[in-house]
Design a protein around this ligand. Structure first.
Ligand code: PAF
Length: 282
């Protein structure tokens, strides 16, 4: 596995592969890799001859008081895992490579409206940070395909929208959420949980499943179901930001006849802010 930190050496390597007619898949990450990330690498492998993984903890997508400084960094371990997964190239840019004019003067890319709600309303500026860094990564790597996890459902929608709106020549592929045995979604932020919180954490997905069962059994009182789930989570010790039932195709408000729904949740548990979602076909 090659490891490169500069855009110049990245471009040189990619040019060689492209000249040989090879396709390139990109898996953008912030490192601290778990099996969820590695499952995205496997998907990447199925879509291209060459797999590039990027690791960059992007300061632009963290708000004041969020966990940028504390975000777990495990580069040596990540390298070993990626090597074992047969990744061709690991791109580990520094701040200057990603933001040559500095964060405060950086060109920002905004996907409007879709980013104002759900996580966007609790983390102002977060999605601008994501779309700004992902646009840079797309422009540096120029991948044929890029793989994003479904756990970050809103992020996936935002990136699909970015790509469509700007006609970016990259195909976006979603990777299913990977879970622990007790169904807690894998996330780097699970590490912040104490033992007691970790025991409660699977209730987040259990709450989504309860709503899913309600929807399957014909319930359509979305607001009431969301409120009940918020109350349940609070009683368990979470501080929920939202529980929301939306249209799976575009995150719009569903009506009684919508048959592809997604239930999304974000909730604080101790120091962690956990998110999860469940797609429900009725
Ligand atoms: O999902 C993530 O880890 C990040 O938001 C991403 C897509 C790598 C951009 O920094």
């Amino acid at each position: 596995m090659q490891i490169t930190e500069t855009s110049e050496s990245l471009r040189e390597q990619l040019a060689d592969w492209r000249q040989s007619g090879e396709h390139i898949a990109l898996v953008p990450t912030m490192g601290n890799l778990h099996d969820g990330h590695l499952s995205l690498v496997e998907i990447a492998r199925q879509h291209a001859e060459r797999v590039v993984v990027s690791i960059f903890v992007n300061p632009m997508q963290f708000g004041d008081g969020e966990d940028f400084a504390a975000y777990p960094k495990t580069l040596e371990l990540d390298k070993r895992r990626l090597k074992r997964a047969n990744v061709d190239l690991l791109f580990v840019p520094n701040l200057e490579t990603m933001y040559p004019f500095g964060i405060d003067n950086a060109t920002s890319v905004t996907v409007p409206v879709l980013t104002d709600e759900l996580c966007g309303s609790f983390r102002p500026g977060h999605f601008d940070g994501v779309t700004s860094v992902v646009s840079r990564l797309f422009s540096l790597v120029q991948p044929d395909v890029a793989i994003f996890g479904e756990k970050d459902f809103q992020q996936l929608m935002v990136i699909r929208r970015l790509v469509k709106d700007l006609s970016l020549p990259v195909e976006i592929i979603a990777g299913a959420t990977r879970r622990e045995d007790d169904e807690l979604a894998l996330s780097s932020r699970n590490q912040y949980l104490t033992e007691e919180e970790r025991a409660i954490a699977p209730q987040l997905y259990a709450t989504l499943k309860k709503i899913g069962e309600g929807l399957q059994s014909g319930k359509r009182n979305y607001t009431k179901m969301e409120q009940q789930a918020m109350n349940d989570l609070e009683a368990l010790g979470f501080k929920p930001d939202y529980v929301s039932i939306r249209r799976a195709e575009n995150l719009g408000e569903p009506d009684r006849d919508t048959d592809e729904l997604v239930v999304l949740v974000a909730a604080h548990l101790g120091k962690s802010r956990l998110i999860d979602n469940l797609v429900v076909h009725i």
